[in-house]
Design a binder for this molecule. Structure first.
Ligand code: AVJ
Length: 320
């Protein structure tokens, strides 16, 4: 370890520092999963989506391919607003359906990572020359930052089962922000991973190639870079397990040995051997749990589709 003082973090972020300080001060240390996704983390997640064990992405893609060519013309979607757009690979299935029905006017990808968002927006702008692409940088756990005056009707989408990363009260607040942005005639499309044999879920978050473990540890690299912390990612082991009572998988980083980490602006953070940081929850759903989330947020669950094995669901909501 170096003894040279690092005075300030590059691009030090007051909100991140406050969240990290709060998350590491309790008996169960916990960090928000949005901090996986710097450029490297986004690339690692893309790699996860291609793993044989990670059934979520390819199942959702299959559902979109089957359903969007019928759903989009029936809705007449002219504007598509995507929460947590990331690389927007599956979005093209929806944009293709909008183009085929002659209604593709505006695409608004919303993401916390400005760099990745720029890449995505530029790529889609080239692929769909007649479409206006207006990216919005926002932390969707706090705000949506949707432009005013969207062409109507608009379809808001939140894919990939990312809703599962939010504790139920936060999930309801997020869906409530979507509800507040919906006008009569607008719709909301949610992708949600379903409850199933825990062995299938646990395999998806413990891949044999170790990509998920690297993705998990990437959060510590993000903290090192953003806050000038001195985490040693290799001092932590990847752990993912299903909690049947809460219907969720949890990811943790477990300290291999007692040690401490220094974060400028926070101080020394101590770890006992075997002590963990919870880095993600991924809640799994069924139709009643999804309907309850929607109702609590002022949404009506209008229709839903699942794959034959009932692993994953696409759900359409309308304002109540
Ligand atoms: C994109 C957030 C839905 O929870 O399954 C993948 C992230 N975590 N492997 C998920 C993730 C571990 C993923 N989400």
């Amino acid at each position: 370890m170096t003894t040279a003082a690092r005075v300030t973090a590059p691009r030090a972020n007051a909100r991140m520092l406050a969240e990290v300080a709060a998350g590491l001060s309790g008996p169960q240390k916990e960090l928000p999963p949005k901090y996986f996704y710097d450029h490297r983390g986004s690339k690692l997640f893309e790699e996860i989506t291609r793993l044989p064990e990670y059934y979520l992405t390819r199942t959702e893609r299959g559902l979109l391919e089957r359903w969007m060519p019928r759903l989009i013309p029936s809705l007449g979607t002219r504007a598509l607003v995507e929460l947590g757009a990331g690389s927007a690979e599956k979005t093209q299935i929806i944009l293709d359906a909008m183009r085929a029905s002659g209604t593709a006017e505006l695409y608004v990808p919303i993401d916390v990572s400005a760099a990745f968002l720029r890449e995505t927006a530029d790529r889609l702008q080239r692929a769909y020359p007649g479409l206006t692409v207006t990216p919005a940088v926002a932390d969707i756990s706090e705000e949506l930052n949707v432009p005013r005056g969207l062409p109507a009707p608009a379809l808001f989408i939140f894919l990939g089962s990312t809703i599962g990363n939010f504790y139920p009260p936060a999930a309801i607040r997020l869906l409530g922000r979507v509800r507040a942005a919906l006008r009569p005639g607008d719709r909301f499309l949610l992708g949600a991973d379903l409850r199933k044999d825990p062995a299938i879920i646990e395999a998806a978050y413990n891949d044999a190639a170790g990509v998920t473990a690297e993705f998990n540890r990437n959060m510590l690299r993000v903290l090192n870079h953003e806050l000038a912390a001195d985490f040693d990612p290799d001092a932590f082991e990847h752990l993912a397990f299903y909690e049947p009572d809460a219907h969720r998988i949890e990811m943790h980083l477990v300290a291999r040995a007692p040690h401490h980490v220094t974060i400028p602006g926070i101080g020394e953070v101590r770890f006992a051997g075997g002590e963990s940081i919870r880095t993600e929850i991924s809640c799994k759903h069924d139709l009643p749990s999804l309907a309850a989330l929607f109702t609590a947020a002022g949404l009506r669950l209008e229709t839903w589709q699942t794959d034959a094995a009932r692993r994953f669901a696409l759900v359409v909501g309308a304002p109540l």
